[in-house]
Design a protein around this ligand. Structure first.
Ligand code: GZL
Length: 339
């Protein structure tokens, strides 16, 4: 087992590249043969109805609601017997749920780890019970990649880079100092760590772009509002808000308007997710740019679960497709937006 101690986001980036090749290879191989290892043991064994235990993070944001809906609807459509739990953003609740799925001898365990670390022990218990695990949405930071079959989700570092690159472009050729405040996601969560890293990476080419304050709003609207109220009091000048998700951006908008300023004009706002409420604010000019993070992971999750149960090889990393939106593109996309 590889015990490289690369930083988690570097390791995930490596896995992302390796898996892109694997995805292509797997697609080609699947056309040619039904090869693969023996069917996954554990769980209800040979029964044709697949039972999945899913431990969800919580219901903290519009993104999470859309993600839960996608998983539940896809399970019903795929004939998967879904056991579902909401951890209210607490790791101990997710661990409890995973343990109960192990006792119930489900066929597959899938979950979105609320934070990157602290999973090895419970995932080792699943491994010893011969129950395969699929990571969705967020990754874990562990050198033991045998603890899960595959990780299906976005590249959050790329999302942060896209946000930073747009800002660098906006201030191209300008040298005046630009004061940025950052609303971070949940402390220790992969999207929070990587979106911060990617944004910093992209903006370091423009030394006048400075993050003058950065604090977690825990991915919630109320958290974003409270932190933005504090920033408005403590910072002499704020030119830009970089929010790790739309819910915190929408909370920041409430605080900015209460302070008598015009969001999207007096203060530029960049966000991530592109859920309907965020896109509505973007189309209305209160947000300036949103990097999409696709929550509709249900269909791919069910497909991967069936392949794992049948003993087929699956790529270690499956990346989700996503784009970016400016105000004009948001107005066009809104009418047909699924989430
Ligand atoms: C990202 C996901 C994040 C969203 C937030 O894949 O884990 O968690 O960006 C959500 O809206 O709360």
């Amino acid at each position: 087992m590889s015990t490289t101690t690369l930083p988690s986001s570097t390791r995930r980036r490596f896995l992302a590249r390796a898996a892109t090749a694997a995805v292509l290879a797997t697609a080609l191989a699947a056309c040619g043969s039904g090869g693969g290892s023996a069917p996954a043991a554990g769980g209800s064994g040979g029964g044709d109805k697949l039972t999945m235990g899913f431990a969800q993070v919580g219901a903290e944001s519009g993104w999470r609601t859309a993600n839960t809906k996608s998983i539940q609807e896809s399970a019903a459509k795929a004939g998967v017997d879904l056991k579902f739990s909401d951890a209210q953003q607490k790791q101990e609740n997710q661990i409890k749920a995973i343990r109960s799925y192990i006792q119930q001898k489900v066929d597959i365990i899938a979950f979105s780890p609320v934070v990157e670390t602290g999973w090895d022990a419970v995932l080792l218990e699943a491994k010893r019970a011969n129950i395969p695990v699929i990571l969705t949405d967020r990754a874990i930071d562990s050198p033991d990649t045998s603890l899960y079959k595959t990780f299906l989700g976005s590249d959050f570092t790329v999302e942060g880079k896209k946000a930073g690159e747009w800002l660098v472009q906006k201030y191209q050729g300008k040298t005046d100092p630009v004061a940025i405040v950052e609303l971070q996601g949940t402390t220790g969560a992969a999207p929070a760590i990587d979106r911060k890293e990617g944004f910093a990476e992209a903006t370091k080419v423009a030394p006048n772009l400075k993050v003058v304050a950065s604090q977690t709003g825990d991915f919630t609207r109320s958290g974003g509002k409270q932190v933005m109220e504090a920033f408005l009091k403590s910072q002499p000048k704020i030119d830009v808000v970089y929010a790790h998700n739309d819910d915190m951006a929408l909370g920041a908008i409430e605080a900015i308007e209460a302070a008598g300023k015009v969001p999207g004009k007096d203060i530029t706002i960049i966000s991530v997710d592109a859920v309907k409420d965020g896109m509505t604010a973007l189309a209305a000019g209160k947000i300036n740019y949103i990097v999409e993070c696709n929550p509709l992971l249900g269909p791919q999750l069910m497909d991967l679960a069936k392949k794992v149960k049948a003993g087929q090889e699956v790529p270690k990393r499956v990346l989700t497709e996503e784009t970016t939106f400016d105000q004009a593109k948001a107005a066009e996309a809104l009418p047909s937006r699924q989430y």
